[in-house]
Design a protein around this ligand. Structure first.
Ligand SMILES: [Zn+2]
Ligand SMILES: [Zn+2]
Length: 344
């Protein structure tokens, strides 16, 4: 079968590798249908690492996948051949202290698709996953919904971890697919108003379409001033979704006393910094987000029930053999790209 593998910085090649086989009775073999290109895939593509996780070439990334079940182990009950499924990329051990505490996402022995040193990703024609990672796409859910359930689950989780945003004024700083996922989840949970920032105007127009009360491009406008003018007392919560120090600082500046900063973005630097005086006097709560746990089903249900529409999420599509073009597009933030999909 074919696999699109990273072979160096900004390099990838289509290689022929053996098809994976079922090993455990709970394994499911899946033929890939679509894959969403994620910001973290791009970090590995352009920088070869995220923090201490370093790529050894050749390596396959990709973890926002959906496909069709082609074979199941003897004890698999959740899915059967022919089923369309969303693939949850996390494969926790289910035995460590974190797993036993319900924190599968910080499992001590976590294997995650497309994560160096853990598991190859799903930029390949077939993959084998444990049945716990397979979520059937029911009703009107398509493979695109399955793929989008991965970033959307992070939005659902971030909103959940914020401690509730119903009727509150919130900020979303950085409006890529994760910022948009946070917005869709926050909208579904009844936030009162949304102030969205991004450096790409096309993304801000999408935010406006999704109901943002204010959009700000930090390249042309003063984020702090504009939000203060519009809200007087400030925001209750800000979701940092771009991994930028300036967004972090703006968030602290526009939060009301007692407000929360939820950090979802993945920076390209090693240390955040923060102002001692303002964070302390305002008694800001700080919550970091590590992917998500137990939110895939909720994300799928919200899309199926129509509580969340992801109609504005996918902006570009590429065939499997043009994966490099998709990665270059996303890496360069070209053409107002939000989510680029690979069709197998
Ligand atoms: Zn992702
Ligand atoms: Zn574990």
């Amino acid at each position: 079968m074919k696999a699109m593998m990273l072979t160096g910085l900004r390099q990838m090649e289509m290689k022929d590798i053996p098809e994976p086989i079922l090993v455990n009775p709970t394994d499911v073999k899946i033929k890939m249908s679509v894959l969403g290109v994620c910001g973290s895939d791009i970090h590995y593509y352009t920088r070869g690492q995220i923090g201490s996780q370093v790529v050894e070439y050749p390596f396959t990334v990709g973890h926002e996948g959906a496909g069709i079940v082609v074979e199941t182990g003897q004890s698999v009950k959740r899915v059967k051949p022919g089923d369309l499924i969303a693939i949850e990329p996390a494969m926790p051990c289910r035995e460590c202290d974190q797993c036993l505490a319900g924190r599968h996402h910080t499992c001590r022995k976590l294997r995650f698709l497309g994560c160096p040193g853990q598991a190859e990703g799903c930029l390949m024609e077939y993959i084998v996953m444990p049945e716990e990672s397979c979520f059937p796409l029911t009703g009107r859910l398509t493979p695109d919904h399955g793929s989008i359930s991965e970033p959307l689950a992070i939005g659902v989780y971030a909103v959940k971890k914020s401690g509730g945003i119903k009727d509150l004024k919130i900020g979303i700083f950085g409006y890529g697919p994760i910022g948009m996922s946070v917005m869709l989840a926050a909208k579904a949970e009844g936030a009162e108003s949304f102030y969205v920032t991004d450096k790409i105007d096309q993304r801000l127009s999408v935010a406006l379409k999704e109901g943002a009360s204010g959009i700000i491009n930090p390249l042309n406008e003063d984020v702090v001033e504009k939000i203060r003018d519009n809200t007087q007392l400030g925001l209750n919560a800000v979701f940092e979704c771009c991994g930028q120090q300036e967004a972090f600082d703006q968030a602290i500046a526009v939060l009301k006393p007692g407000g929360s900063l939820i950090v979802v973005g993945i920076p390209e630097f090693d240390r955040w910094s923060m102002n001692v005086e303002t964070t302390r006097r305002k008694e800001i709560s700080l919550q970091f987000i590590r992917r998500q746990v137990d939110c895939v089903e909720a994300a799928l249900e919200m899309m199926e029930s129509g509580k969340i529409s992801v109609a504005n999420m996918v902006t570009h599509r590429f065939p499997f053999d043009k994966t490099k073009e998709a990665f270059d597009l996303v890496a360069d933030y070209s053409d107002g790209v939000m989510k680029a999909m690979i069709d197998f």
